[in-house]
Design a binder for this molecule. Structure first.
Ligand SMILES: [Fe+2]
Ligand SMILES: [Fe+2]
Length: 280
């Protein structure tokens, strides 16, 4: 039997289906749940604050082009992508509410950092639907690479078990749907010079805001000028096993002419993690 040609590049044995999970994280969120380390805890909490706004923007930017897609396989994957991101948003909204209640952070102030960016995206004439989709493609590459680091290495070993599972669950689904926005972009725009240009700006904008929120949290907890914080930040940015140096080679891959998310074939990793994170 000949395979039906499709513009979707997600391998046939990868299914994009949400796992409707809830995590008992309330007690741990009150503490420095990541290795008893204020800096690493604040960085991950800051990413969590970014997700509800970010993932809504990801879904909206794909939805803008949905009517131009008639490939059944890709359309089904787009629906799976919305469902996965929708449940991630629900769980991170819960996470963020509990985090701010437990630690006394001002949720509106922290969310505002990302809402301002979203507002800019929606109103600046330079942020055309194509540019917004390209930003999603770039940041989905970042989240999929982030996910791969978390699932492939012992990075999360010292995290609280409930929060570790939440981050692993989110990571698994980010890897499953990593090519959806890319395939839509390839079909409706395919300007790869623009894709690379937008990634440079979008990545910088996101990181600047994640670090702003991290600093706000550390300042609130009076942890900024502590030796442990500075040491931990240095490890995060500069150490060989730190996050930034593990991520950088993956970031550079995005700037190749022939880049594609599934050039990094992560099916073995998915198979390894799927039974451990099955729907509850
Ligand atoms: Fe997500
Ligand atoms: Fe995603």
């Amino acid at each position: 039997m000949t395979a039906i040609p499709t513009i979707s590049s997600t391998p046939d044995d990868v299914t994009i289906k949400p796992r409707n999970r809830k995590f008992q994280i309330e007690a741990a969120l009150a503490s420095d749940w990541f290795a008893n380390d204020p800096f690493h805890t604040a960085v991950f909490n800051a990413f969590s604050i970014s997700f509800p706004t970010g993932e809504k923007e990801f879904m909206d930017s794909v939805r803008n082009f949905e009517s131009e897609i008639d490939d059944e396989k890709l359309l089904a994957e787009v629906r799976g992508f919305y469902q996965q991101e929708g449940i991630h948003t629900r769980e991170h909204l819960r996470y963020n509410r509990m985090l701010c209640a437990a630690r006394g952070y001002d949720l509106a102030d922290l969310e505002g950092v990302f809402l301002k960016l979203q507002e800019w995206m929606q109103n600046d004439p330079r942020a055309t639907p194509q540019v917004r989709l390209a930003a999603t493609v770039g940041l989905e590459h970042f989240t999929a690479s982030f996910a791969e680091i978390l699932l492939k290495t012992d990075y999360l070993d010292t995290a609280d078990p409930a929060l570790r599972e939440l981050w692993q669950w989110h990571s698994l689904e980010e890897m499953e749907h990593k090519a959806v926005a890319f395939d839509v972009f390839n079909e409706v725009c395919s300007d790869h010079k623009m894709r690379r240009r937008v990634m440079r700006v979008a990545f910088f904008m996101l990181m600047r805001r994640v670090l702003t929120v991290t600093l706000k949290m550390l300042r609130h907890d009076k942890q900024v000028w502590k030796w442990q914080t500075l040491k931990s930040a240095a490890r995060f940015f500069f150490s060989r096993t730190g996050f930034v140096r593990q991520y950088l080679p993956r970031h550079n891959e995005f700037f190749r002419d022939d880049f594609h998310p599934w050039q990094s074939d992560t099916r073995d990793l998915l198979e390894e993690w799927k039974p451990r994170l099955a729907a509850a």
